[in-house]
Each structure stands twice: as structure tokens, then as C-alpha cells.
Design a protein around this ligand. Structure first.
Ligand SMILES: [Zn+2]
Length: 288
């Protein structure tokens, strides 16, 4: 089984997680730029984070034979903070980078007017750079947030097939399916969406335009819930090919639209089984 996790925040995970993911069949991941819990106070703080997402983290992943790509954006949680807004001027430089396969996460958190502006501006950047967009939906008032996100996406003129609307559930999936956008689901240990519920959604909606991720971050989360969902699919009668479609070929199809998804030589990549070492790394130098 090969797994592509299309949304996972490895910055907050340990090397033990990378080792467990590699052993479970995770071969490729996309790490979206998001907030770090602690509010950032200036654009330079974002620049260092973005450099880490396209430099250090892919290097760390490669040590475990996992291919790492990133999405770059001003995230919804900080889009309302005037100290952070100047980061919008930094984004075009990063959206030209090879390892960047989408604009994201963008969208709504509290659905305040400031978030509208950052969301629309970044969808315009996605169009300009020919990149897909990864859209986070708010955890509160999800149905209204999802509908409003779809309205903004439509107004932006971006092709619906270039947009993934993420963190969906049983209530919001219909809206997104009818829009032509991709449907993203984050599987969590306790809340929001579980492997059995995900399988029920697949039974109703089919496998097309579906993306399944663990979204694992610094909160209660589990980077192996993609694998657990795959096992729940098999137990429910889905074939290995069905699992491969949802957990590998679908994310490949979505992010390939960037023209930058590089999954070549994956068998040779990294040093699975070997002891990874980070001493003497040159990856921390340079950047930008
Ligand atoms: Zn996220």
C-alpha cells in the first residue's frame, strides 16, 4: 500500500512520526503553511517558516524515504492581524519555488472582513501562478463557512478543479461536490471525522475528487489515520485499487496540476532502514 497524505503539518511532528509513517506506506506528503499556535508578530517570522517548509522539512522527510512538498500562504487564523498582512507581498517569491504545489491554507477562520480580503487576494495569486488552491473551512459554523468559501472561489474565476475545500464532513460534502471543487477530509482521533465515518461518505459519494488527510499537527492528531482509513475501506469491501485511487492517485492528480509535483525516483530516495543523521546539514544555510 502506498499513501500520499495531502495535508499534514510535519513541522510539529517528531522523527518517530516520520519513521512510523514510512513503515505504514506513506511515501509522499504535502505540508500546508498554517499558523504555529503562537501568533506571529512580523512578516520575517513567516519567511523563516516558509524557508523551513521548502528547505529543512523536505530534507528531514527524505531521510525516511518520504517526498515532501509544500503549499504557501497567509493562513486564515492570522489573516485578520495587521502585523501579518505584509506577508502577502512576500508570497509571489515563494509561489515560484519548485517544491510549492499550491496556494494554501487559505480561507476563513472567524469569517471577518479582513479574512475576505486575504482570501480573495490569494486566490488571485493562485490564478496568476497557475497553482491549485487549498482552502481551509472554519470549524465553527462550518456549513455557512463552506458556502461562503465556495462563493469567494467562484467570484475569483479560478477553475473549480484547481481548488480543494478541506476539513469537510457529512453536512458540507454535498455543497462542495456540486461545485466541482475537490473534497478534502481530515481524519482525527476524537473529533470531526473518523475512519468509519469517512468510509460511509465514500459509499455515498464515490471516490472521485476525494482527498483524505491526517492534518496531523501539534494538537491531538495521528499521522497514521490515512492508513487506518485505508484499512477501514478494505474491511468494508473496497479493493486495493480503490484504496490506491483515494490515497495515492487522487492527491497526485490534484497537485500535479501545479506542474511541480516530483515523485520521481521515490524507490531510491532517502535512507529508510538506515539511521538518519542531521549533523553537518547544509540545508539550514541559504534559503529564500
Ligand atoms: Zn492544516
Amino acid at each position: 500500500m502506498r499513501i500520499f497524505d495531502p495535508h499534514i503539518h510535519m513541522t510539529s511532528r517528531t522523527t518517530d512520526d516520520y519513521a512510523r509513517m514510512a513503515a505504514a506506506g506513506v511515501r509522499a506528503i504535502v505540508e500546508p503553511a498554517f499558523w504555529l499556535g503562537q501568533p506571529r508578530t512580523n512578516p520575517g517570522s513567516f519567511a523563516d517558516y516558509f524557508d523551513s517548509l521548502i528547505g529543512w522539512e523536505p530534507y528531514r522527510a527524505a531521510k525516511f524515504g518520504i517526498r515532501h512538498h509544500a503549499t504557501i500562504a497567509l493562513n486564515p487564523k492570522e489573516a485578520g492581524d495587521p502585523r501579518c498582512l505584509p506577508v502577502l507581498d512576500l508570497l509571489p517569491r515563494y509561489l515560484d519555488k519548485d517544491g510549492v504545489v499550491a496556494v494554501g491554507e487559505i480561507g476563513y477562520d472567524s469569517m471577518i472582513p479582513e479574512e475576505d480580503e486575504a482570501f480573495a487576494a490569494q486566490l488571485a495569486m493562485a490564478v496568476e501562478h497557475g497553482l491549485p488552491a487549498l482552502v481551509h473551512t472554519p470549524h465553527r459554523d462550518k456549513a455557512r463557512g463552506t458556502q461562503r468559501s465556495l462563493d469567494v472561489v467562484k467570484e475569483s474565476g479560478i477553475a473549480p478543479g484547481h481548488v480543494a475545500i478541506d476539513h469537510l464532513n457529512e453536512v458540507t460534502v454535498d455543497l462542495v461536490r456540486d461545485s466541482g471543487c475537490w473534497m478534502g477530509f481530515s481524519i482525527y482521533p476524537d473529533t470531526k471525522m473518523s475512519p468509519p465515518r469517512m468510509v460511509e461518505i465514500l459509499k455515498t459519494h464515490g471516490l472521485e475528487r476525494i482527498l483524505i488527510n491526517s492534518a496531523a499537527d501539534w494538537g491531538v492528531s495521528d499521522p497514521l489515520l490515512t492508513k487506518e482509513t485505508a484499512e477501514a475501506m478494505l474491511a468494508a469491501g473496497y479493493t486495493e485499487d480503490d484504496v490506491d485511487r483515494v490515497l495515492w492517485r487522487n492527491p497526485v492528480e490534484f497537485y500535479s496540476q501545479s506542474g511541480r509535483l516530483d515523485l520521481s525516483d521515490l524507490d531510491d530516495a532517502g535512507a529508510r532502514g538506515a539511521e538518519p543523521t542531521f549533523e553537518g546539514s547544509s540545508i539550514l544555510r541559504g534559503g529564500g
